[in-house]
Design a protein around this ligand. Structure first.
Ligand code: TXA
Ligand code: MG
Length: 474
């Protein structure tokens, strides 16, 4: 699809609005993040949003309007509390969940009887919505799962060729998405922390609950919160611990591949030079952290990081939104630099057993990070296809694995080395940190090489590795 680029001029906004009226999708700037809009009352147009983003259809969309007077047309009632919030925070980074009227199609609300409504503060956004003359259903304008877009370049990178139009605006002022508050529950409940803090909401409403983190298999109240989100391709961890321990841990990890660290400027000087520093701004400015956050996460991919470490964040004010996004990017994985272990899995060619073991270990949320290497790596460019397939059903992606030869430096920097067979172990010398995987978990024997076997042999090997690795205690 050809994507037209529009500037934020009255003339261009009018032209972009014509596309919306014709049932097309157009992205637009808001003060939080860029949105991917379509006419909320046109089911076919809304379907194009889900398609462009690759978004699961059980995740409802926020409806954006330009004036409070329009809201009544789309919701059953506006409770008193919602009116107070509207007065104080609209236009602005707040989305209220209200009981929807029939006119809002089920595909917008993902079948729920509620709808999220927001009046953005950004002037271009409001001028655009007015020019459209219809409410705009709009999620963040990123490919599903990737960090939300806070600049025109982010939107262009993700959606050029997938939407009818992109409106160029400045960088988002807030940088994290709107706060989503459910005004249909007895006590107003924050489903997603965002640009308006819980403390600010409490000033107006008194009692406000914060929804406990959505567990994977629950039917969540804000369906969007259950998906893995904001994730670079790299492994992302929240790293805690004192400065010295962090420094030592990061120096060791850098031996196994490119490490990026998202950190405050105050930390820069204590980080080892071998890691790539990505600035979250000053520790004293939650505004700057919020504003930079998604760009930081995108930079991790740009620099080709294998592992990314992000700091622990306070549970207050705007920090709460920053913390929520970083924990989502890390899928909740947190390591303590003092105790976290570096584990190295070793097999022959680093194309089957050890990459599978590495992927499985890193998917299990253990107190450590695994890498893998081979004793005799012979020009293979990736993991064996069948190994990639055998672990993919657990959400483990080995497609970008590059086989590497074991080096002395890697052995020195690993805390534990786990070989697949006794003969691998003897090749690695009898260092006290070298074990066979089975020996380490109290069993005897080797993990047999699936190389050359059919997919069933690989799958059996993967299942055996998973069973053994689940038993690892660090
Ligand atoms: O700042 C923002 O809110 C941006 C800009 C473009 O306005 N939009 C945005 O939309 O972040 P999206 O789709 O990426 O996130 C909307 C979140 C999701 O977690 C979704 O599940 C939740 O709001 N949500 C939407 N409608 C809901 C409803 N009726 N009930 C519960 N949660 C809802
Ligand atoms: Mg989003």
């Amino acid at each position: 699809m050809e994507t037209r680029i529009f500037e934020a001029t009255a003339e261009d906004l009018q032209a972009a609005a014509e596309l919306i009226k014709n049932g097309e999708t157009v992205t637009f700037p808001t003060e939080t993040v860029y949105g991917l809009g379509a006419n909320a009352l046109d089911e076919a147009a809304v379907a194009k949003i889900f398609e462009a983003k690759g978004r699961p259809s059980d995740n409802p969309l926020i409806v954006h309007v330009s004036e409070l007077s329009e809201v009544e047309g789309f919701v059953e009632e506006i409770p008193q509390g919602a009116r107070l919030l509207a007065e104080k925070f609209w236009p602005g980074p707040l989305t209220m969940i209200l009981k929807k009227k029939e006119i809002i199609p089920g595909c917008v609300s993902a079948g729920l009887n509620t709808v999220g409504i927001r009046i953005p503060e950004n002037e271009t956004a409001r001028a655009f919505i007015r020019a459209c003359g219809v409410p705009l259903a709009a999620p963040s304008a990123n490919i599903s799962g990737k960090p939300s877009p806070t600049t025109f370049e982010h939107v262009f990178e993700d959606l050029n060729g997938r939407v009818a139009g992109i409106i160029r605006g400045g960088d988002a002022r807030v940088g994290v998405e709107s706060t989503v508050i459910d005004m249909t529950s007895e006590t107003p409940t924050v489903l997603r922390p965002g640009g308006v803090s819980v403390e600010q909401l409490r000033e107006v409403l008194g009692d406000v609950r914060i929804s406990s983190e959505v567990k994977k298999d629950d039917i969540p109240k804000a369906p969007g919160m259950k998906y893995k989100h904001y994730s670079p391709k790299a492994l992302v961890y929240i790293l805690g611990g004192d400065d010295e321990a962090e420094r030592e841990f990061l120096s060791k990890r850098a031996v196994f591949g490119k490490v990026a660290v998202i950190a405050f400027d105050e930390m820069k000087d204590i980080l080892p030079v071998c890691v790539h520093f990505i600035s979250l701004g000053s520790k004293s400015s939650p505004e700057s952290a919020a504003k930079r956050l998604f760009d930081c996460l995108r930079e991790c991919d740009k620099v080709g990081a294998r592992e990314v470490y992000a700091p622990e964040i306070l549970d207050e004010g705007l920090w709460r939104a920053v913390k929520n996004r970083l924990y989502k990017a890390a899928a909740g994985k947190r390591l303590d630099a003092q105790t976290a272990k570096s584990v190295l899995f070793v097999c022959t060619g680093n194309t089957c057993r050890s990459p599978m073991a590495e992927g499985i270990f890193n998917s299990l949320g253990k107190n450590g990070v695994a890498s893998s290497s081979g004793l005799c790596v012979l020009g293979a460019r990736g993991a064996e296809e069948k190994a990639v397939e055998a672990v993919s059903k657990w959400g483990i992606d080995l497609k970008s694995h590059v086989p590497i030869q074991t080096t002395q430096e890697m052995l020195d920097c690993a805390d534990i080395v786990l070989a697949m067979t006794t003969s691998h172990k003897w090749t690695l010398f009898d260092d006290e940190k070298v074990f066979t995987l089975k020996e380490f978990v109290g069993e005897f024997g080797d993990v047999a090489d699936p190389y050359g076997g059919d997919i069933e042999i690989y799958e059996n090997c993967a299942v055996e590795l998973k069973r053994l690795i689940e038993k690892i205690e660090l």
